[in-house]
Design a protein around this ligand. Sequence first.
Ligand SMILES: [Fe+2]
Length: 169
Amino acid sequence: MTFPPPDYSRPPANDAGGNPDDVRECLRADHDAALAALEHLRSETDPHRCSARLREVRTAWVVHALAEETVVYRMLEGSGGDRADERFIEHELVGGLFDRLATARAGSLEWNARVNVIRDLISRHIESEYRILFPQLARRFDVQELAAMGERFRLARDKLLMLERAKAA
Ligand SMILES: [Fe+2]
């Protein structure tokens, strides 16, 4: 598949211009945090800390995915486009891999392999969001709408995080 060349006279569509309220910046921050947390998990050797870190990364992922699906994907429903359905499935796949990882022995070959696969899947997912989802958002919504969406995303994420923590307590 080939993609048309970008319009170099405008900032890239996946660039929120540094506006921290823009939903794309919120998503980008979540993605960076998820990858950094996974790197910590990869380098952790103590089994107890591994379990604690895994719980944190998994919760952060579940919350990010649900908030993104309900606030962002929903806004693009009906517009079709490439990979609209794949995005949901990737979220689900990563969630399932985290569940399986929780049953593996920390530091074992299986553990390391699963962490690597999760990282690869998340990286692919993020890359496709930057390449396809962010430009779709830029085409469909103006600056105020993207900021309002960012606000709804943060509220949804905070609420979901509270619920997840209450469930785990
Ligand atoms: Fe996502």
